[in-house]
Design a binder for this molecule. Sequence first.
Ligand SMILES: Cc1ncc(C[n+]2csc(CCOP(=O)(O)OP(=O)(O)O)c2C)c(N)n1
Ligand SMILES: [Mg+2]
Length: 916
Amino acid sequence: MPGATGPPVVRDAVRDGMKGAKGAHEKSMGVRRGLDRAETAEWLESLEDVLRRHGPDETRRLLALLDDRASRQGVTPPFRQNTPYVNTIPASAEPRYPGDWEVEKRIKSLVRWNAMAMVVRANRAEGGIGGHISTYASAATLFEVGFNHFFRARDGSGQGDLVYFQGHASPGVYARAFLEGRLTEDHLRHFRRECSGREGLSSYPHPWLMPEFWEVPTVSMGLAPIMAIYQARFNRYLSDRGIKDTSGCHVWCFVGDGECDEPESLGSISLAARERLDNLIFVVNCNLQRLDGPVRGNGKIIQELEAIFRGAGWNVIKVIWGGDWDPLLAADADGALMERMNETLDGEYQKYSTESGAYVREHFFGASQELRQMVEHLSDDQLRRLTRGGHDSRKVYAAYKAALDHVGSPTVILAKTIKGYGLGEAGEGRNVTHQQKKLNEDELREFRSRFGIPISDEAVGEAPFYRPAADSPEMRYLHERRRSLGGFVPARRAATASALAAPPLEDFKEFLEGSGDREVATTMAFVRMLARLLRHKTLGSRIVPIIPDEARTFGMDALFRSFGIYSSLGQRYEPVDRESFLYYREAKDGQILEEGITEAGSMSSFIAAGTAYATHGLAMVPFFTFYSMFGFQRIGDLIWAAGDARARGFLLGCTAGRTTLNGEGLQHQDGHSHLLAATVPNVVAYDPAFAYEVAVIMQDGLRRLLQEQEVLLYYLTLYNEVYPMPAMPDGAEEGIRQGMYRLARRDGREANGRLQLLGSGPILREVLRAQELLAERFAVGSDVWSVTSYKELRRGALAAERWNLRHPEGPPRRSYLEQALEGVEGPFVAASDYMRLVADQIARWVPDRMTVLGTDGYGRSDTRPALRRHFEVDAEHIAFAGLHALVQEGRLEPSAVRRAARDLAIDPDKGDPLVA
Ligand SMILES: Cc1ncc(C[n+]2csc(CCOP(=O)(O)OP(=O)(O)O)c2C)c(N)n1
Ligand SMILES: [Mg+2]
């Protein structure tokens, strides 16, 4: 934001934002610079007359006309990013509240109590187990109005809402499910106790851990907002492509105000506006605090967010003041109260929430005589209790309804609340409130009394859970409300998606037969396979290609014309390359999600598509192709969230390899994504070298995801080095799937011993060349193995090892790796275009010495041969390492290695690439 040095108009606007609309507005109207009072009054009267007779829409039109006219005469219209610090919906425009407000309040109090009791009890039983009270305490009304009136469960027709709950408010969601009878006391007693033999409740929303309850993971700050945006867009995509009518599906996303500082939170809001996602509602819980302290002590988070969202084209609804402020605002004829509201800082508002009524009278209303008089009729207690809008069901209802009714853009509701609301001395509005998990007996009693929970003085110290009788008005009301909204929320229903048959391997025959002399890259082979899948009779429409502006890099532009790039607007211009065969074709029913330069957005689309089997009862298969460097490294947390969300699909790390992507240098060359992939439990990662390997892996992946309905993320690294693709050797299939198979034996001249050479990706070809070098120049025989997945090999080995550990008397299990290497002799040398740790994953189970070569160290630009020499993964270095291993085995003299170094042009004193 420009500071006080910006141009005058902007400067005014900044001050306007800080101090309030009125002063700056009057100034720009010129009141203080000449236009006399009477004349000004006439203008204002005319305006009010138009408003009275023609309503707000016509008034807005007139103002726009005036604005235009002034602009044309050279008058810069006043730029205002903010509206005054009051509710967007005036009291006069509020709808009637349709519910039984009193009963709802009692239900809300019970949820509050049980949520608090759950955390307090968990921490009494197990110090340090954690949990949060204060986030839900601030969000209770925001959630309850949704539960009672808005959140539609997904019914048989597939319509219904998806709600992203603020992760730290999970105790409130559990407590409500307890009242609803979906969770038992035993569940609540096992909050954050998931390993104690009983069904525990996960700390936060984790579909991985509670697959029938939580639908979306939200607790890593910032991911829920971006996921929600792309989810809402994906719902539109399904409708526009004619796959499913999602017109009755709304996406609600509850976000913390502190959370908005995460770049992912606000980074994609312009997409939501551009796509006119009026099926999306953000509710920002503006309790003015984050973990350590105020979000914007010296400013106003609500005004800041309003400006940002308005600027991005969202419908912004501010819910700042509760109903008890309405009479005061109505009496505020000359705007003194509004001015005071505008100028007060968040740090001061936070302080007021912790202080007495007398303090508020003195410091807030004490700013002027006029304001003091305004609240003379209110007691200190009444002043203290003046509510924030986010705690007033009627204000929240009005905002939600307006959001649902709004057409043409997404809505954000900025609701002002108090963190730790109701905790009193124990933490209401305090900087320490986020961490508060323990209440003493007095604090429990006070909480109980404040919210009228029918628990006796004797019992209150134990913080017992409380659920009224099934026939109580509260329970009857609660169930009736949920029934009318279609059932319970959240509830994850994955069983509805029926299995789809995967195409048989014969469908990929073209790739199994090899390319002859034609040189192709694995990326090109993959793109052809994808094109085939897209044309598949039953599966084709379920495939969702996702690309962050790299289609041309990966040779995927060929898909544009045939399958179209999804655009909700179709194509309203003639593309510059319309005459060419592969023109940039956008279409409303386009299948490709060309996301632009956002790996985070693309991954969010991947999650939406990959979880559609649960959210929409539709198995969709996302294929997200990206620069492998900008996958796990850049958006690893979203991939983690995809795993948690139980998403299914294919991640394709293209332009892979630290030496294979050669010219792009340090920040592009990926030599570690396989290491990162190893950290995500349900990722199955492959590093194939040949087209037939890619084909076998893809087919198997489709089978496991669609037919077997396993919950997995497939990760394949694909390369851009072209070479002739060989035909698949007989019997290789199983090994490709399991992680390794013997590709080439070189017997005969092996006077100096035998080696086992392991290779992956394009470096497998260096390994094959090394095999030749060893045989021809050094009389060393070898077997070459293609290792397609170190991760899978390790997974199998660990599983067998674990079983054997626990069953010492049974016949031991042997993993695929151990079976494959049974009786295999000779030292091993493994090489890949990835860091050495990738191959090191299996060292423990390899029956002989294993030397690992890899691309540790920062990348740089050069030719492939130069880079492979630099990282010491070329055929010469592989052969050299093999000879050295034979020396260690006593098969060769050290002098042979010295001679070999000369022969292979290896400089023993070359710098170490790890630190270069
Ligand atoms: C990516 C990430 N960073 C840090 C945290 C730790 N953390 C949990 S809650 C929290 C403060 C949240 O503040 P806010 O978003 O304002 O939510 P509130 O609890 O105030 O409603 C922080 C920093 C996290 N969960 N995720
Ligand atoms: Mg907050």
